[in-house]
Design a protein around this ligand. Structure first.
Ligand code: HEM
Ligand code: HEM
Length: 252
Protein backbone atom coordinates (compact mmCIF):
# COMPACT_ATOMS: atom_id res chain seq x y z
CA UNK A 1 0.00 0.00 0.00
CA UNK A 2 1.34 3.44 -0.97
CA UNK A 3 2.39 5.87 1.75
CA UNK A 4 -0.31 8.36 0.67
CA UNK A 5 -3.02 5.66 1.03
CA UNK A 6 -1.90 4.85 4.57
CA UNK A 7 -1.88 8.54 5.49
CA UNK A 8 -5.35 8.91 3.90
CA UNK A 9 -6.70 5.94 5.91
CA UNK A 10 -5.33 7.39 9.12
CA UNK A 11 -6.94 10.77 8.33
CA UNK A 12 -10.31 9.07 7.65
CA UNK A 13 -10.09 7.19 10.94
CA UNK A 14 -9.41 10.39 12.88
CA UNK A 15 -12.32 12.04 11.10
CA UNK A 16 -14.80 9.20 11.81
CA UNK A 17 -13.65 8.05 15.29
CA UNK A 18 -15.93 9.65 17.89
CA UNK A 19 -13.86 12.04 20.03
CA UNK A 20 -14.05 11.21 23.73
CA UNK A 21 -12.94 12.90 26.89
CA UNK A 22 -12.20 11.29 30.25
CA UNK A 23 -14.41 12.63 33.04
CA UNK A 24 -14.76 11.86 36.72
CA UNK A 25 -18.20 10.24 36.53
CA UNK A 26 -18.48 9.13 40.17
CA UNK A 27 -16.57 11.22 42.68
CA UNK A 28 -15.00 9.85 45.85
CA UNK A 29 -18.02 10.43 48.18
CA UNK A 30 -20.31 8.42 45.87
CA UNK A 31 -17.79 5.59 45.57
CA UNK A 32 -17.18 5.43 49.32
CA UNK A 33 -20.97 5.51 49.80
CA UNK A 34 -21.54 2.66 47.32
CA UNK A 35 -18.94 0.25 48.63
CA UNK A 36 -19.76 1.00 52.29
CA UNK A 37 -23.45 0.41 51.52
CA UNK A 38 -22.59 -2.93 49.92
CA UNK A 39 -20.57 -3.98 53.01
CA UNK A 40 -23.31 -2.84 55.44
CA UNK A 41 -26.18 -4.45 53.49
CA UNK A 42 -24.27 -7.73 53.09
CA UNK A 43 -23.57 -7.72 56.84
CA UNK A 44 -27.24 -6.94 57.66
CA UNK A 45 -28.49 -9.76 55.41
CA UNK A 46 -26.08 -12.41 56.71
CA UNK A 47 -26.51 -11.49 60.40
CA UNK A 48 -30.31 -11.15 60.00
CA UNK A 49 -30.45 -14.70 58.65
CA UNK A 50 -28.08 -16.05 61.34
CA UNK A 51 -30.10 -14.37 64.12
CA UNK A 52 -29.31 -15.09 67.79
CA UNK A 53 -26.07 -13.56 69.02
CA UNK A 54 -25.51 -11.92 65.60
CA UNK A 55 -28.44 -9.56 66.07
CA UNK A 56 -26.32 -6.93 67.88
CA UNK A 57 -24.14 -6.61 64.76
CA UNK A 58 -27.30 -6.71 62.63
CA UNK A 59 -28.65 -3.65 64.41
CA UNK A 60 -25.35 -1.78 64.02
CA UNK A 61 -25.19 -2.57 60.27
CA UNK A 62 -28.82 -1.40 59.93
CA UNK A 63 -28.13 1.88 61.74
CA UNK A 64 -25.07 2.41 59.50
CA UNK A 65 -27.39 1.96 56.50
CA UNK A 66 -29.76 4.64 57.86
CA UNK A 67 -26.77 7.02 58.07
CA UNK A 68 -25.54 6.13 54.57
CA UNK A 69 -28.98 6.64 53.00
CA UNK A 70 -29.37 10.01 54.74
CA UNK A 71 -25.91 10.99 53.45
CA UNK A 72 -26.95 9.95 49.92
CA UNK A 73 -30.18 11.93 50.03
CA UNK A 74 -28.30 15.11 51.00
CA UNK A 75 -25.59 14.38 48.39
CA UNK A 76 -28.36 13.90 45.83
CA UNK A 77 -29.47 17.47 46.52
CA UNK A 78 -26.18 19.35 46.91
CA UNK A 79 -23.47 16.96 45.66
CA UNK A 80 -21.58 16.49 42.39
CA UNK A 81 -23.45 16.81 39.08
CA UNK A 82 -23.97 13.11 38.31
CA UNK A 83 -24.97 12.31 41.91
CA UNK A 84 -27.83 14.83 41.93
CA UNK A 85 -31.42 13.64 41.67
CA UNK A 86 -32.09 16.58 39.36
CA UNK A 87 -29.50 15.08 36.97
CA UNK A 88 -30.76 11.52 36.86
CA UNK A 89 -34.41 11.23 37.98
CA UNK A 90 -36.00 10.66 34.54
CA UNK A 91 -39.20 12.01 33.03
CA UNK A 92 -41.49 9.42 31.32
CA UNK A 93 -40.30 10.87 27.97
CA UNK A 94 -36.68 10.13 28.86
CA UNK A 95 -37.58 6.54 29.81
CA UNK A 96 -39.39 6.18 26.47
CA UNK A 97 -36.46 7.69 24.55
CA UNK A 98 -34.11 5.29 26.35
CA UNK A 99 -36.27 2.27 25.45
CA UNK A 100 -36.24 3.41 21.82
CA UNK A 101 -32.43 3.65 21.91
CA UNK A 102 -32.50 7.46 21.52
CA UNK A 103 -31.27 8.52 24.97
CA UNK A 104 -27.85 10.11 25.30
CA UNK A 105 -26.35 11.15 28.56
CA UNK A 106 -23.91 10.28 31.30
CA UNK A 107 -24.37 8.69 34.69
CA UNK A 108 -27.39 6.54 35.53
CA UNK A 109 -29.46 5.90 32.41
CA UNK A 110 -33.25 6.46 32.87
CA UNK A 111 -33.99 2.78 33.58
CA UNK A 112 -30.94 2.41 35.85
CA UNK A 113 -32.04 5.57 37.67
CA UNK A 114 -35.44 4.05 38.45
CA UNK A 115 -33.78 0.92 39.85
CA UNK A 116 -31.39 3.06 41.95
CA UNK A 117 -34.35 5.00 43.39
CA UNK A 118 -36.22 1.75 44.11
CA UNK A 119 -33.14 0.29 45.83
CA UNK A 120 -32.52 3.38 47.97
CA UNK A 121 -36.23 3.65 48.89
CA UNK A 122 -36.52 -0.01 49.78
CA UNK A 123 -33.37 0.09 51.91
CA UNK A 124 -34.75 3.12 53.76
CA UNK A 125 -38.06 1.34 54.53
CA UNK A 126 -36.27 -1.91 55.41
CA UNK A 127 -33.89 -0.23 57.84
CA UNK A 128 -36.65 1.96 59.36
CA UNK A 129 -38.96 -1.02 59.95
CA UNK A 130 -36.06 -2.86 61.60
CA UNK A 131 -35.69 -0.08 64.15
CA UNK A 132 -39.15 -0.98 65.54
CA UNK A 133 -38.85 -4.78 65.14
CA UNK A 134 -38.24 -7.51 67.67
CA UNK A 135 -36.99 -11.08 67.29
CA UNK A 136 -39.12 -12.14 70.27
CA UNK A 137 -36.02 -13.62 71.93
CA UNK A 138 -33.39 -11.19 73.11
CA UNK A 139 -33.13 -8.44 70.48
CA UNK A 140 -35.42 -5.49 69.95
CA UNK A 141 -34.82 -2.56 67.62
CA UNK A 142 -33.69 0.61 69.45
CA UNK A 143 -36.96 2.49 68.76
CA UNK A 144 -39.35 -0.39 69.52
CA UNK A 145 -40.31 1.19 72.85
CA UNK A 146 -41.80 4.18 70.99
CA UNK A 147 -44.61 2.17 69.38
CA UNK A 148 -47.26 -0.19 70.74
CA UNK A 149 -46.88 -3.96 70.47
CA UNK A 150 -49.34 -4.36 67.56
CA UNK A 151 -47.46 -1.87 65.39
CA UNK A 152 -44.12 -3.43 66.31
CA UNK A 153 -45.44 -6.87 65.22
CA UNK A 154 -46.70 -5.40 61.95
CA UNK A 155 -43.35 -3.70 61.25
CA UNK A 156 -41.45 -6.90 62.11
CA UNK A 157 -43.60 -8.77 59.58
CA UNK A 158 -42.89 -6.09 56.93
CA UNK A 159 -39.20 -6.35 57.79
CA UNK A 160 -39.29 -10.09 56.97
CA UNK A 161 -41.29 -9.71 53.75
CA UNK A 162 -39.38 -6.72 52.39
CA UNK A 163 -36.10 -8.60 52.82
CA UNK A 164 -37.29 -10.93 50.03
CA UNK A 165 -38.10 -8.00 47.72
CA UNK A 166 -34.63 -6.62 48.50
CA UNK A 167 -33.00 -9.91 47.42
CA UNK A 168 -34.79 -9.63 44.05
CA UNK A 169 -33.74 -5.99 43.51
CA UNK A 170 -30.13 -6.76 44.44
CA UNK A 171 -30.12 -9.74 42.07
CA UNK A 172 -31.43 -7.50 39.25
CA UNK A 173 -28.85 -4.80 40.14
CA UNK A 174 -25.89 -7.14 39.77
CA UNK A 175 -27.41 -8.89 36.72
CA UNK A 176 -27.85 -5.48 35.02
CA UNK A 177 -24.20 -4.55 35.63
CA UNK A 178 -23.08 -7.91 34.16
CA UNK A 179 -25.50 -7.54 31.21
CA UNK A 180 -24.26 -4.03 30.34
CA UNK A 181 -20.64 -5.21 30.47
CA UNK A 182 -21.10 -8.46 28.53
CA UNK A 183 -23.80 -7.55 25.98
CA UNK A 184 -23.81 -3.76 25.60
CA UNK A 185 -20.03 -3.49 26.09
CA UNK A 186 -20.60 -0.67 28.57
CA UNK A 187 -18.35 -1.37 31.53
CA UNK A 188 -20.24 0.30 34.38
CA UNK A 189 -18.15 -1.26 37.14
CA UNK A 190 -14.84 0.47 36.33
CA UNK A 191 -16.11 4.03 36.96
CA UNK A 192 -17.69 2.90 40.24
CA UNK A 193 -14.18 1.71 41.27
CA UNK A 194 -11.84 4.31 39.74
CA UNK A 195 -14.30 7.17 39.27
CA UNK A 196 -13.30 7.81 35.62
CA UNK A 197 -15.08 7.13 32.34
CA UNK A 198 -14.58 8.04 28.67
CA UNK A 199 -17.63 9.88 27.34
CA UNK A 200 -18.37 11.70 24.03
CA UNK A 201 -16.38 14.94 23.92
CA UNK A 202 -19.49 17.08 23.43
CA UNK A 203 -20.80 16.21 26.90
CA UNK A 204 -20.19 18.77 29.63
CA UNK A 205 -17.78 17.48 32.30
CA UNK A 206 -19.51 16.90 35.65
CA UNK A 207 -18.75 19.29 38.51
CA UNK A 208 -17.52 17.97 41.85
CA UNK A 209 -19.55 18.72 44.97
CA UNK A 210 -18.16 21.46 47.20
CA UNK A 211 -16.37 20.69 50.46
CA UNK A 212 -19.12 22.35 52.49
CA UNK A 213 -21.64 20.02 50.78
CA UNK A 214 -19.55 16.98 51.82
CA UNK A 215 -19.48 18.26 55.41
CA UNK A 216 -23.27 18.89 55.40
CA UNK A 217 -23.99 15.40 54.01
CA UNK A 218 -21.66 13.69 56.52
CA UNK A 219 -23.05 15.64 59.49
CA UNK A 220 -26.69 14.94 58.52
CA UNK A 221 -25.84 11.27 57.86
CA UNK A 222 -24.30 10.96 61.33
CA UNK A 223 -27.30 12.79 62.81
CA UNK A 224 -29.72 10.33 61.19
CA UNK A 225 -27.70 7.37 62.49
CA UNK A 226 -27.78 8.90 65.98
CA UNK A 227 -31.57 9.32 65.86
CA UNK A 228 -31.92 5.71 64.62
CA UNK A 229 -29.66 4.39 67.37
CA UNK A 230 -32.15 5.47 70.04
CA UNK A 231 -29.28 6.69 72.24
CA UNK A 232 -31.23 9.91 72.80
CA UNK A 233 -34.15 8.09 74.45
CA UNK A 234 -33.95 8.70 78.16
CA UNK A 235 -34.12 5.51 80.11
CA UNK A 236 -35.65 6.15 83.52
CA UNK A 237 -33.30 4.79 86.20
CA UNK A 238 -35.09 2.14 88.27
CA UNK A 239 -36.71 3.66 91.36
CA UNK A 240 -34.98 2.61 94.58
CA UNK A 241 -37.06 0.13 96.58
CA UNK A 242 -38.88 1.87 99.43
CA UNK A 243 -37.06 1.43 102.67
CA UNK A 244 -38.95 -0.76 105.08
CA UNK A 245 -38.71 0.54 108.57
CA UNK A 246 -39.84 -1.95 111.11
CA UNK A 247 -41.74 -0.42 113.92
CA UNK A 248 -42.91 -3.66 115.43
CA UNK A 249 -40.98 -6.74 116.22
CA UNK A 250 -41.92 -9.74 114.08
CA UNK A 251 -44.60 -11.96 115.54
CA UNK A 252 -42.35 -15.00 116.06
C1 HEM B 1 -31.44 -2.26 55.32
C2 HEM B 1 -31.12 -2.74 56.50
C3 HEM B 1 -31.56 -4.09 56.98
C4 HEM B 1 -31.63 -5.27 56.29
C5 HEM B 1 -31.25 -5.54 54.85
C6 HEM B 1 -32.15 -6.26 57.21
C7 HEM B 1 -32.36 -7.58 56.89
C8 HEM B 1 -32.90 -8.52 57.75
C9 HEM B 1 -33.09 -9.90 57.43
C10 HEM B 1 -32.71 -10.56 56.10
C11 HEM B 1 -33.65 -10.50 58.52
C12 HEM B 1 -34.06 -11.95 58.65
C13 HEM B 1 -35.46 -12.09 58.12
C14 HEM B 1 -35.87 -13.52 57.96
O1 HEM B 1 -35.28 -14.41 58.60
O2 HEM B 1 -36.75 -13.76 57.15
C15 HEM B 1 -33.81 -9.49 59.54
C16 HEM B 1 -34.35 -9.70 60.77
C17 HEM B 1 -34.39 -8.76 61.77
N1 HEM B 1 -33.92 -7.47 61.71
FE1 HEM B 1 -33.16 -6.55 60.07
N2 HEM B 1 -32.37 -5.66 58.41
C18 HEM B 1 -32.01 -4.35 58.32
C19 HEM B 1 -32.05 -3.39 59.30
C20 HEM B 1 -32.41 -3.63 60.62
C21 HEM B 1 -32.32 -2.67 61.71
C22 HEM B 1 -31.82 -1.23 61.58
C23 HEM B 1 -32.77 -3.30 62.81
C24 HEM B 1 -32.82 -2.77 64.21
C25 HEM B 1 -31.84 -2.08 64.75
C26 HEM B 1 -33.19 -4.64 62.44
C27 HEM B 1 -33.76 -5.57 63.28
C28 HEM B 1 -34.14 -6.84 62.92
C29 HEM B 1 -34.81 -7.79 63.81
C30 HEM B 1 -35.24 -7.51 65.25
C31 HEM B 1 -34.97 -8.98 63.08
C32 HEM B 1 -35.54 -10.30 63.60
C33 HEM B 1 -37.00 -10.39 63.30
C34 HEM B 1 -37.54 -11.75 63.74
O3 HEM B 1 -36.76 -12.63 64.09
O4 HEM B 1 -38.74 -11.91 63.66
N3 HEM B 1 -32.93 -4.81 61.10
N4 HEM B 1 -33.34 -8.30 59.05
C1 HEM C 1 -25.60 -5.04 48.70
C2 HEM C 1 -25.22 -4.85 47.46
C3 HEM C 1 -25.36 -3.54 46.68
C4 HEM C 1 -26.09 -2.43 46.92
C5 HEM C 1 -27.01 -2.15 48.10
C6 HEM C 1 -25.87 -1.51 45.82
C7 HEM C 1 -26.46 -0.27 45.70
C8 HEM C 1 -26.23 0.61 44.67
C9 HEM C 1 -26.77 1.93 44.58
C10 HEM C 1 -27.71 2.56 45.60
C11 HEM C 1 -26.31 2.49 43.43
C12 HEM C 1 -26.57 3.90 42.95
C13 HEM C 1 -25.34 4.72 43.25
C14 HEM C 1 -25.72 6.14 43.53
O1 HEM C 1 -26.08 6.90 42.63
O2 HEM C 1 -25.70 6.49 44.70
C15 HEM C 1 -25.47 1.52 42.78
C16 HEM C 1 -24.81 1.72 41.59
C17 HEM C 1 -23.92 0.83 41.07
N1 HEM C 1 -23.56 -0.39 41.60
FE1 HEM C 1 -24.28 -1.22 43.25
N2 HEM C 1 -24.99 -2.08 44.94
C18 HEM C 1 -24.66 -3.33 45.44
C19 HEM C 1 -23.82 -4.23 44.87
C20 HEM C 1 -23.09 -4.02 43.76
C21 HEM C 1 -22.15 -4.96 43.19
C22 HEM C 1 -21.83 -6.35 43.75
C23 HEM C 1 -21.64 -4.36 42.08
C24 HEM C 1 -20.64 -4.94 41.12
C25 HEM C 1 -20.95 -5.94 40.33
C26 HEM C 1 -22.25 -3.06 41.95
C27 HEM C 1 -21.97 -2.15 40.98
C28 HEM C 1 -22.60 -0.94 40.80
C29 HEM C 1 -22.34 -0.05 39.69
C30 HEM C 1 -21.36 -0.29 38.56
C31 HEM C 1 -23.18 1.05 39.84
C32 HEM C 1 -23.31 2.25 38.88
C33 HEM C 1 -24.41 1.91 37.91
C34 HEM C 1 -24.55 2.96 36.84
O3 HEM C 1 -23.54 3.30 36.21
O4 HEM C 1 -25.69 3.43 36.62
N3 HEM C 1 -23.13 -2.88 42.99
N4 HEM C 1 -25.43 0.39 43.55
Amino acid sequence: MALQDIAGDARDQVATAPATIRVELWDLPIRIFHWSLLAAVATAIVTGKLGGEWMGLHGKAGITIVGLIAFRVVWGLVGSTTARFSHFVPTPFEVLAYLQGKWQGMGHNPLGALSVLALLGLLAVQASSGLFSSDDIAFTGPLTGLVNEDLSLKLTSWHHQLANVLFILLGLHVAAIVFYGAVKKDKLLKPMVTGWKDVPADMPAPRRGRRIAVIAAVVLGLGAAYVASGLWIKIEPPKPAPEVTRTHAPAW
